[in-house]
Ligand binder design. Structure first.
Ligand SMILES: [Zn+2]
Ligand SMILES: [Zn+2]
Length: 112
């Protein structure tokens, strides 16, 4: 279990308009592949591997191997630390509760 934040990749649907300023969608799809973003990034819209994220998916059971590779390159052994250290700023990642709160913020928490 990592403490970075999983985001989902772009789905292959050409008619989906590009949404930039709107809240992220929250999904629960265990079959999805999650990309990793820095928990402290201003926006969770680009995974470590460069894949665009258009929704959050905390249920994904598979993590993008390229994201893991990039994270290990930036900070070797970052996944072995507890609490995990962020590969971007080398600081301990915030509590999972904080990450969820942030996620609720970014997704409007279903209040809109
Ligand atoms: Zn990725
Ligand atoms: Zn971080």
């Amino acid at each position: 279990m990592t403490r970075t934040s999983p985001i989902g990749g772009r789905q292959a649907s050409p008619d989906t308009p590009t949404r930039t300023e709107e809240a992220l969608e929250l999904r629960a799809d265990p079959d999805d592949i999650a990309h990793l973003v820095c928990c402290r990034d201003d926006e969770w819209r680009l995974g470590f591997c460069g894949a665009p994220g258009e929704y959050l998916n905390f249920a994904a059971e598979t993590v993008c191997t390229m994201c893991v590779e990039v994270a290990e390159q930036r900070l070797p052994g970052c996944f072995d630390n507890d609490p995990m250290r962020c590969p971007n700023d080398h600081l301990p990642c915030p509590d999972l509760t904080d990450v969820y709160l942030r996620a609720m913020d970014l997704t409007d928490g279903g209040t809109s």
